[in-house]
Design a protein around this ligand. Structure first.
Ligand code: ATP
Ligand code: MG
Length: 214
């Protein structure tokens, strides 16, 4: 039987994928929160899990270092989907991509007046497409984290970031002013593996699809 390698990031994606893998009869034998190992064995001799950074998951699957992975729609839109088959929206790690501004800033009238906005984000492709579709002129500033700081420090007028409860925005006196898209995580599959390892992969995909649709 062909070996199967699954790329997961630790934290919410690992945690929320566990029950889906369990439905396919796959159980990692170690917990990435307590283990320092980056390759985790599972109860199935031929199945292993790689622990990767969330933004690196599509890269591992695209190059075939992993056959399967789970990645957020945000990560997939920023990375691109070359060589990736995306059969299932898993409905996990749900949040929203939003534009947010300081509480006192009138975003709608700035947009109406055709102001040129400085927007900081980790998600430049998503931000670029969103503002281009609205015809809003923006200068995009790439950040790698703590986007909430940018408007407070005077780096940007607005941010594009993921929001779930909104408590981080609130704690920093920011408000979400525009919804860009809903985000959830998808199963991604290496396109070549899908053909070459079909016998091993098909039952796993079917079992996961079965529990997701319930
Ligand atoms: P890190 O937090 O270690 O810097 P990361 O932000 O890339 O890494 P996670 O926080 O594990 O990784 O997020 C993984 C995915 O989960 C994101 O790509 C996104 O799709 C989703 N996500 C991010 N933040 C939230 C949230 N607050 N609630 C629900 N889902 C989220
Ligand atoms: Mg995070």
């Amino acid at each position: 039987m062909d070996g199967i390698t699954i790329a997961l990031s630790k934290g919410r994606i690992f945690d929320e994928t566990l029950p889906l893998l369990a439905a396919a009869g796959i159980e990692p034998l170690e917990n990435p929160e307590s283990s320092r190992r980056l390759i985790l064995p599972t109860n199935r001799e031929h199945v292993r899990v790689l622990i990767v950074r969330a933004t690196d998951t599509p890269t591992y699957v695209q190059y075939g270092a992993a056959d399967l992975g789970v990645a957020g729609k945000d990560v997939l839109l920023e990375h691109g989907s070359d060589g990736l088959y995306q059969p299932i929206d898993l409905g996990i790690a749900r949040c929203r991509m939003m534009v947010a501004v300081p509480a006192g800033f009138d975003y709608q009238s700035a947009v109406r007046q055709g102001a040129r906005l400085k927007v900081a984000s980790k998600y430049l492709n998503i931000a670029r497409e969103h503002f281009a579709a609205k015809g809003v002129h923006v200068d995009l500033i790439k950040l790698y984290g703590s986007m909430e700081l940018a408007p407070l420090a005077g780096l940007a007028d607005a941010i594009v970031d993921l929001v779930s409860t909104g408590s981080t925005l609130k704690a920093n006196n920011l408000v979400a002013c525009e919804h860009i898209m809903d985000i959830s995580s998808r199963l991604i599959v290496n396109q070549a593996a899908l053909k070459l390892k079909r016998e091993a992969l098909a039952p796993i995909l079917a079992a996961i699809a079965g529990v997701v649709q319930q």
